[in-house]
Ligand binder design. Structure first.
Ligand code: ATP
Length: 297
């Protein structure tokens, strides 16, 4: 083969390689993509949820009857509590969700936990979730504590056999053995939280979702529940935590998502997001919060 032929063949080989790379990306890039995809615990793609709210509150029976007869009761405005939210959370990440009152943090956690179905967008969850949202919210007040262990456990997706095997452990952790056969309508809110917490944390979840529940019960239970949560948070558990305690968010989380008016304002390394949020909170005037610009992640 002469030099000219060799050069031509080299050029042809280079062109073929170039095309190969355009048509199918390099092996390493594909592997990285797959690794990233396999590592996703939660992904939201353009998720939105609206609530219908009455234009004004009806606070007496007479008004209710008049409006029902006149069919004016149905007047509703649509309010977007979650507005085109997209982000990815990777397995093992501890993510704090921060934002001012009414920003849409709890609504977002409820969407991820499956309590609400989004009107638009897609939600992907890989792994089993333990949602610690409004503890005891699923209880039937007329049933006993014992019956509610099975009722609430079933709502959380545990079968009867499993709940039977864990019943003594739940009871012991809740410190409610004396009261377990009483209807829960006689329980204080602290007792309801204790029982709710003991049921929800009976398994080691892949994803732990916490909405302001790090301080439930009395001083002793609070200490015990914090220890339990910290042990659940260890290892590779993915954690999503809503809290107004920025100190708590900084201690527990490695990432933070800042929500405002249902949108993601910022997301990233926990301290940098918390610094920006605290700065905004310091300067908080309605005008300034209105100017916050949502971003895409
Ligand atoms: N079931 C509902 N029906 C109508 N509006 C709702 C409902 N749940 C929440 N909202 C409204 O959606 C908005 C977001 O509420 P959400 O509870 O998610 O906020 P948040 O950021 O968790 O607030 P906070 O920090 O005060 O707990 C609020 O304006 C709230 O009034």
């Amino acid at each position: 083969m002469n030099n000219k032929q060799e050069n031509e063949e080299n050029i042809i080989a280079k062109i073929i390689n170039l095309f190969r790379n355009i048509i199918s990306p390099k092996k390493e890039e594909k592997l990285l993509e797959n690794k990233e995809e396999n590592n996703i615990a939660i992904e939201l793609k353009n998720v939105s949820l609206s609530f219908k709210i009455g234009n004004d509150k009806i606070d007496n029976l007479k008004e209710y009857v008049i409006r029902t007869l006149n069919r004016t009761k149905e007047k509703k405005t649509i309010f977007k509590a979650t507005n085109d939210v997209s982000f990815k959370i990777y397995k093992g990440e501890k993510v704090g969700i921060i934002g001012f009152n009414g920003a849409g943090k709890s609504t977002l956690l409820k969407i991820i936990s499956g309590v609400y179905t989004p009107d638009e967008g897609e939600l992907i969850v890989n792994g089993n979730i333990a949602p610690l949202l409004s503890l005891g919210a699923g209880f039937d007040k007329n049933y006993s504590g014992r019956e509610n262990v099975f009722l609430n456990g079933a709502i959380l997706g545990y079968d009867e056999e499993f709940l039977r095997s864990k019943y003594d452990e739940i009871l012991e952790f809740s410190e409610l053995s004396e009261f377990i056969n009483l209807p829960v309508k006689n329980y204080s809110s602290g007792m309801l939280s204790k029982l709710g917490f003991s049921i929800a944390t009976i398994v080691n979840p892949d994803i732990l979702i916490l909405d302001e529940v790090l301080g439930v019960g009395d001083i002793n239970f609070r200490k015990k529940s914090k220890e339990k949560l910290h042990s659940l948070m260890e290892s590779n558990t993915t954690v999503l935590l809503v809290s107004h305690s920025i100190k708590e968010i900084r201690t527990i989380c490695d990432k933070a998502i800042w929500i405002d008016k249902g949108k993601v304002i910022d997301m990233g390394e926990v301290n940098s997001i918390c610094d920006k949020y605290e700065e905004a909170a310091k300067n908080a005037s309605k005008e300034k919060t209105k100017k916050l610009k949502p971003q895409r992640f």
